[in-house]
Write a protein that binds this ligand. Sequence first.
Ligand SMILES: [Zn+2]
Length: 412
Amino acid sequence: MNQNIADQAYVREINLSLVLRLIHTQSPISRAQLAVVSGLNKSTVSSLVDDLLESRLVHETGSNTGGAGRPATLLEINPQVGCIIGVELGVDFVSVAVTDFLGNILWRRREDADSTDDQDKMINQTLQIVKEAMSIGKKKNYHFLGLGLATPGTVDVENGVLTFAPNLHWRNVPFVKIFSEQTKLKVFVENDANAAAIAEHLFGTARHSQDFLFVFAGVGIGGGLFLNGELYRGRNGYAGEIGHSPIMAEPSQTVCHCGNRGCWETYANQYSIIQRVQARLEVRRSSIIPKLMAEQNAPLSIPLIKQAADAGDIEAIDSFNEAGHAMGQGLAGLINIFNPEKIVIGGPLSVAGEYLLPAIKETVTRHALPESMQHASVVLSPFGPDASLIGAIAIVANNILSQPTNAKKDKK
Ligand SMILES: [Zn+2]
């Protein structure tokens, strides 16, 4: 390919992506409207739309009959262009889902897993579920567009390697290599909070926000930061490790999974809530939590504490409240630094969102500067505990929206 043709192909790919993203965010939309919002001329838009129709990434959906003049045919994303497999690796579970191109779940499975037990064992367990998803998909004639994997820790996205996950105690795991060899699919890996932030931007509550922070709250507290409409990765791709901000490194404070003392997440993560409840149970006996644990023959967990809170248990409610205040303090600092439009909270702890959110909002309002807070809202992710699972789906969809010809090439 000579340089001139290569340049033309490059420009066409950028324009295809621009038009595809506009159809994604503004559908249903006509070719004429696309020309106006993209700044491209009408014939260029028509030719790009023809390409997108041919690759089945978009389809026509009725026509715009309002107003004067000829009715215009409207376009939208075709969710049936293909399926995506998403994998979320948690510290104590693995989740796999198959969705359409717009993240609507068609199949899913979640299994308990033990990341501290044996790395290979957990990866094999995950691969088994993925292979089952693929064989079910094959029977239903699904066309798989790719596989996305969301994992805690720092990820080298370019090389597809998890470099370090303190909460899993894993280092240098070449996920893209392992999963592409085993599935023959195009594989992408991303930090769980970053993936969830991309999902929020593509499918969720931040579709029209340019500056927002996604907060993954679970065993750890991770952040995915969008600045000026782009995921902010930092110098080495590791930005957003908000949970390891040192708050107070007192010798008495719990040691974090990263090895340090006094990290913010040790005050606000799910273990901190369990510890708060345990401490309360040692001095008071009025709680229904011991009874629930005995009835269910289960250890203390966030869902169980949530169940107690739902029944009005004051120890459970107060423990969530305290953790919510701790979460709010960290978020207030981030609001002062980044002046975001939105803070979106998701991940396993969001099952208790109704108990955490009032305390978070109260503390944020008290500690963030009023000017920074003025237009900021703190909301729960519509995907709740599945935020990173949908994130794993979103990183594949996002890649196709950026490079639409890849999806076309993959099709026989
Ligand atoms: Zn830490």
